[in-house]
Write a new protein. Sequence first.
Length: 595
Amino acid sequence: MPVLYASALLAFLVAMLLVPVCRIVGIRVGYLAPPRLDRWHRQPTPVLGGVAIATTVLLVAASRADLTQLWVLLFGGGVIFLVGLVDDLISLKPYSKLVAEIAVASLFVFFGLRLNWSDSLTIDALLTVLWIVGLTNAFNLLDNMDGLCAGVSLIAGATVLATLILRAGVTPEAQYLAILLGATAGFLVYNLHPAKIFMGDSGSLFIGLNLAVLTLTHQADGFGTSNVLSIVAGPLLILLVPIFDTSLVTVSRILSGRSAAVGGRDHSSHRLVAIGLSERAAVAVLWVLAALGGGLAVAIRGFNSEWSSLAAAIFMLAMIIFAVYLAQVRVYEDVEPAMLQNGRITPFAFEFMHKRRVAEVLLDVCLVSISYYTAYRLRFEGSGWTTAFPQFIASLPIVLGVQIVALFVVGTYRGVWRHFGLMDGVVLARGVVLGTLTSVSIIVYLYRFADYSRAVFVIHAALLMLLLTGTRASFRLIGEFILRRRHEGRRLVIYGAGDGGAIAIRELLNTQSSGFRMVGFVDDDSRKARQRIQGYPVLGGYNALEALVTGGAVDLVVVSTRLMDVTRLQMLQTICSENNVELSRMHFELHELVA
């Protein structure tokens, strides 16, 4: 372990010295990324950060005699770095980079590196090439916001390093990866928002290739052949964020009739900013997701793989739901009907975007299976699981089919996730109870409930209710999480913490383009002071509002109560006018159109 720390520290210090040099060279020579409509940065920024990263890694690794056996990795990394550097300087065609990436990936396969996802060597070789090329480009696409690619690379690389150590101890590959992490950390110091330098394609392609290759195993080693799940799930979880972002962008662009190879401001980070997060917060969210995926990958490799795998399955479902939520954020100006009329969206894609109930049913199939499996594992631990497994596998089709039908019968698939509320939860409870009781009745009729446990079905019903409620409420939870961390927009105070105030906050805040940042409520009823309405504080009465207005802590006051007297309203108008604070009144009325 000390050698890993020493290698990482040396690379970090070298990169800290080289990055400013590359920045100065980039500015003087003119190798800058200019601001563009399809890019995020606002100032011309040097793009030679990848030169510092790759130079540090290659020099430090080549200087160590015990790493010379990794010459294939050094050579392949050097080639892909040069390809990226040329692209940074003269902008290569996408197919030109793809040809070079396939050639480099084939080199690694030739020397025996494999994913080991298939018993067929031919299929596995093709999958390995696809994995290397795909991940190399995924990190390239992920380099779209200050600190994002470098930060995710550090987290993913640390996870790969942990799995390498768990698998084989301190190997030359682990030392090489420690050097890569040190160099990336040295670059990240200068790449945090606002970035002083970008890594460019030379850096993102170099990092992506190295991390993709270091998740592979040598054909002669045979690592992991006893646990297929860890072989497949481990790399996917480790590199989840690049895969997640690339998949979201690619599918969104294809369904909207755009080229997947052309850049744009439609990545996951851009969508998070579009719905209210700051740039730093958006990057931090993706860092956290990368850390969660990496932690699960390490858990599958080094700890109880069965429970870790179950947690990984739930996490993957949560990521899919998160992707669906982000996909609904409007980042394209074209309207769907016009695009369909012009032939830019195929009828199949148009129907796919509007037929979400099928996906909802498939999600519930996964949730029912997970909850029933978990219930059995909780009830029968250790050797008891082996004894109970025949009953589980025999009853799973019954429970699955009956529960899905029960959810359909009670109207679960007519709800709207974005507006999930208490009565929707009641509908779910009806479906779960109906499905559980019907399943038990059928099992009693078929098997006389012999060797079955009543506790299993109680646990299953509770877990399923929790999972169904969590998925249905997820859109509201995500929206509220982002809304309460919004750092931009006009600061809003609502006068009146009653029913009118609750309605006002929903109308004013629950839209993507609201542009408001809630400060809190004020109310003349002293009993409501320090209470919370929908999570927002009641700051006090009129005196508290006056202090907020005169202190410059609010931009907009909305009066939602009808009980405000005329004198108080005139005083509020005067004080808002004197302090340039907007004052509005919201009320709801019914207008008869047909008597």
